[in-house]
Design a protein around this ligand. Structure first.
Ligand SMILES: NC(=O)c1ccc[n+]([C@@H]2O[C@H](COP(=O)([O-])OP(=O)(O)OC[C@H]3O[C@@H](n4cnc5c(N)ncnc54)[C@H](O)[C@@H]3O)[C@@H](O)[C@H]2O)c1
Ligand SMILES: [Zn+2]
Length: 359
């Protein structure tokens, strides 16, 4: 497979997203940014798989590597853990010319990015994402954050990496459930922006689920291109970037009411996309065939399409606390056609109830 490069053309901080099937091109992709001291942050699972190779490459670039391995899981995205990483960075004498390299999924990326953004008011940051979700979503676009016990991702910043390097081969060891969770976001890109990706998915989702490398390369490159385009138009989410939240109004509501853990993020987003599309259908914005295609793709990706046992009352209550909301009304990103969505803040509450209750 030929290496592919997606550019994220921010006026202040342009950078490249490299897509390859091995670590071969890693050294040249990060050499200008690593400095002589690097904090390599990863988690226990990823450590066993890829830390050795990446560390060797950093050493070959002349870097002194300070390795920080965190526990896998959302609870590691905390201020306490960030503090222990600052301590480690200080003990390793990291300075303004040093860098932080994140090797792992979105948890590692968000936490490492937060540390990179705040240590000495910001040092170079490099993303090596190893989950499908991180490769098409969290590693691109510069949102970094830790959680507060009262709210997810509430302490954070926009801080762009200097380089993103995606080694598709890392996806081979990802669990089926984690792969599917990333598929929800991948399918989302089709519905919010990329009609051609939808057409391609109709024919190729089977091979993609088998993680066939050319299919992965094609789909991941398209998603990174879409995200890069959206972020370059609206880095700080003042407008267009909000469309990335299709499926997330109900999805986030489900994640918090069903209790974190029952649904993965992608599973909740899959359900969110189904019910938000039903709302759009009842508002007359789309035809039934769009929902059929959505459900067909989600099923092929082993994602849920029907919620059960959820208390609609508490789900709607959770949705009214969403960060996207303005002036008390729930904001939805709803489909208006294939590869097309719009922001709505005037959805009839009764309609939301009846769609969710029909579940
Ligand atoms: N910054 C953003 O724009 C953004 C966007 C979406 C999601 N996020 C954040 O991303 C996080 C979720 O990320 P995630 O879905 O990658 O989960 P994750 O980081 O928890 O990784 C999922 C699991 O897979 C393991 N793993 C990672 N790579 C592996 C590999 N190649 N082989 C085998 N196992 C591997 C991890 O150890 C972990 O147990 C959430 O905290 C979410 O808030 C951020
Ligand atoms: Zn998401």
């Amino acid at each position: 497979m030929d290496p592919r490069i997606v550019r994220l053309d921010l006026p202040s901080d342009p950078y490249s997203i490299h897509i390859e099937n091995s670590w071969t091109g890693l050294a040249p992709a990060i050499k200008p940014f690593v400095g002589n001291k690097v904090m390599l942050i990863s988690d226990e699972n990823v450590k066993e798989l890829f830390v050795h190779d990446v560390k060797e490459i950093l050493i070959s670039l002349g870097c002194q590597v300070s390795l920080a391995i965190i526990q896998p899981g959302e609870s590691s995205k905390s201020l306490e853990l960030a503090k222990s990483l600052y301590t480690q960075a200080l003990n390793a004498n990291l300075d303004r010319s040093s860098s932080v390299v994140a090797l792992g999924g979105g948890v590692v990326g968000d936490l490492a990015g937060f540390v990179a953004a705040t240590y000495m008011r910001g040092i170079n940051f490099i993303q090596l994402p190893t989950t499908l979700l991180a490769q098409i979503d969290s590693s691109v676009g510069g949102k970094v954050a830790v959680n507060h016990p009262l709210a997810k991702n509430i302490i954070g910043s926009f801080y762009q990496p200097k380089s993103v390097f995606i080694n598709l081969h890392t996806l081979r060891s990802l669990s089926d459930r984690q792969f599917s969770t990333g598929m929800a976001e991948l399918i989302k890109y089709g519905f919010i922006w990329d009609k051609e990706l939808l057409q391609w998915l109709e024919h190729n989702i089977g091979s993609l689920m088998e993680r066939q490398k050319d299919c992965l390369a094609y789909a991941i490159e398209r998603c990174c291109n879409t995200k890069a385009h959206i972020v370059s138009q609206d880095e700080k989410e003042k407008g267009l970037r909000a469309i990335l939240n299709f499926g997330h109004t109900i999805g986030h509501g489900l994640e918090s009411t069903a209790g974190y853990g029952q649904y993965t993020h992608g599973e909740a987003v899959a359900l969110g996309m189904v019910y938000e599309s039903l709302i759009a259908y009842h508002m007359g914005s789309i035809d039934r065939a769009l929902i059929d295609l959505l459900i067909c793709l989600l099923k092929a990706a082993n994602l849920p399409t029907k919620v059960s046992g959820v208390k609609v009352e508490s789900l709607i209550k959770a949705m009214t606390h969403d960060k996207k909301n303005r002036d008390g009304s729930i904001v939805f990103i709803l489909p208006t056609g294939y590869g097309q969505v719009k922001v709505f803040d005037n959805v009839d509450t009764q309609l939301i109830y009846s769609v969710l209750e029909g579940s």
